[in-house]
Design a protein around this ligand. Structure first.
Ligand SMILES: NC(=O)c1ccc[n+]([C@@H]2O[C@H](COP(=O)([O-])OP(=O)(O)OC[C@H]3O[C@@H](n4cnc5c(N)ncnc54)[C@H](OP(=O)(O)O)[C@@H]3O)[C@@H](O)[C@H]2O)c1
Length: 403
């Protein structure tokens, strides 16, 4: 019987649970396990009521996913076909270790980063390739939206539209408003570590570092309008630089409002975004983790967030000897996501692709021994599933380019 174990009980995990429950022919039983079991229980109560589930379809457990042995014990007792990691990037390696011990397939949405250094790279997870191949099990890395759908879009563009892709601009726009002066749309610690780090882009075989938030452009997004976009370092650039034939330049852009950036600057200036431990009333605390504790929980933003996201990729390259431009994007409405699964669009656009990736592994379409980034696998069944399960995509053959 196909079963999935979802680890984590935050905003993204909640969407994955909902979407798996919507596909009962693939996900016959689901175990949701996280550090705080009560959060798993309230998500279970929500899906039980919403989908009228029978007893035993969704179960819950407490687990510390930093402890590979404890997690392996849980996997042994439930015997899932796949473990979907919707906890934090810090848990990626211990969860992969537990999969190796038990023979379960693995999927995540964010690449490993060590807690003590704000640096994410694929090298730690790519080092598992041979062990996963030998064990005959599959690991799918970075299967959210970005990374995730951006890699699937790239594989699709490469397969169907180009002989060579030379330039790629990934554009992530959030036109949503939650009404708080400052809140992050996914885990605040991971989000703030990402955007306060130096930016970078790939050009002619190497990555060039830029000062954080120092490169800015404007872009007019379909269904959102004109937004400021800022160049960031983002993890999928590392794998796409290797996997896109002929690629010369990749940039990643994200929208931020001036109010968001003002708050972030103040927090940085007073030391609240630091990950260096400090002494506080006889205890060591990490300022960024304290800040996370006082900021709104991203999982609670659903009812308040209005507006849309638009995330996509602009490709420039050649087809049959002629230059060609091609833009693939998805527009997602925060309030529609809330009505469907009780969450805002950032968690939704991450959770839907994670469910689709897990479904493709469980049904054998993406089942192959080894460790893979999504663009290394066949994009076609994934692209069909995006249209079917809530993230339809649009093509533009004459896009405005980012200068
Ligand atoms: N690819 C993409 O497009 C994309 C976009 C957004 C987010 N993401 C990724 O999605 C992941 C989840 O984000 P989120 O916003 O849902 O975060 P979140 O709301 O903070 O949820 C994280 C969950 O993981 C649990 N957890 C943390 N450490 C654990 C441990 N040692 N053992 C077991 N469970 C543990 C937390 O437990 P507690 O409830 O006890 O704290 C929490 O329930 C992150 O890795 C994020 O980077 C990817």
């Amino acid at each position: 019987m196909p079963k999935a174990l979802i680890i984590g009980a935050g905003g993204v995990a909640g969407v994955i649970l909902h979407k798996c429950c919507q596909v009962p022919e693939v996900f016959e039983q689901i175990l949701m396990a996280s550090r705080t079991k009560s959060k798993c229980d309230s998500l279970k109560a929500d899906v039980d009521a919403r989908y009228g589930l029978e007893d035993g379809v969704v179960a819950t457990a407490r687990v510390d996913a930093d402890d590979a042995a404890e997690l392996a014990g849980l996997i042994e007792s439930f015997r899932p076909g796949i473990v979907i990691n919707a906890a934090l990037p810090y848990q990626d390696l211990s969860i992969m270790d537990a999969c190796l011990r038990t023979g379960a397939d693995y999927l995540d949405t964010a690449n490993y980063e060590p807690p003590e250094t704000a640096k994410f790279e694929y090298k730690w997870q790519w080092a598992y390739r041979e062990r996963f191949e030998r064990a005959g099990i599959t690991a799918i890395l970075g299967c959210g939206f970005d990374p995730g759908v951006t890699g699937v879009f790239s594989a699709y563009a490469q397969k169907h539209h180009f002989d060579e892709i030379h330039r790629l601009d990934i554009l992530d726009a959030n036109g949503g408003d939650h009404g708080y002066p400052f809140a992050t749309n996914f885990n605040p610690e991971i989000n703030i570590r990402e955007i306060t780090a130096p930016g970078s882009y790939f050009e002619d075989g190497r990555f060039i570092e830029t000062e954080a938030m120092s490169v800015k452009r404007e872009y007019d997004f379909a269904q959102i309008g004109v937004k400021d976009i800022y160049l960031l370092h983002h993890e999928e650039m590392e794998s796409l630089a290797l996997n896109l034939k002929g690629i010369r330049k990749i940039r990643f852009w994200m929208t931020f409002s001036s109010s968001y950036l003002n708050h972030l600057t103040v927090l940085q200036n007073v030391g609240m975004t630091s990950i260096e431990p400090i002494d506080f009333e006889g205890k060591k605390i990490i300022p960024l983790q304290f800040l996370k504790a006082v900021l709104p929980d991203p999982a609670s933003l659903g009812p308040r967030t209005k507006g849309k996201t638009n995330i996509g990729c602009i490709y420039q390259g050649v087809k049959d000897g002629k230059p060609k431009n091609y833009y693939l994007y998805n527009v997602c409405d925060h309030q529609e996501c809330y009505r469907e699964v009780g969450s805002q669009a950032i968690s939704y656009t991450t959770g839907v692709p994670a469910m689709i990736g897990a479904m493709l592994v469980l049904t054998g379409k993406w089942k192959k021994p080894g460790v893979f980034n999504v663009e290394e696998l066949d994009p076609d069944p994934f692209m069909d599933a995006l249209n079917k399960y809530g993230l339809p995509w649009t093509e533009d053959f004459n896009p405005v380019l980012v200068d």
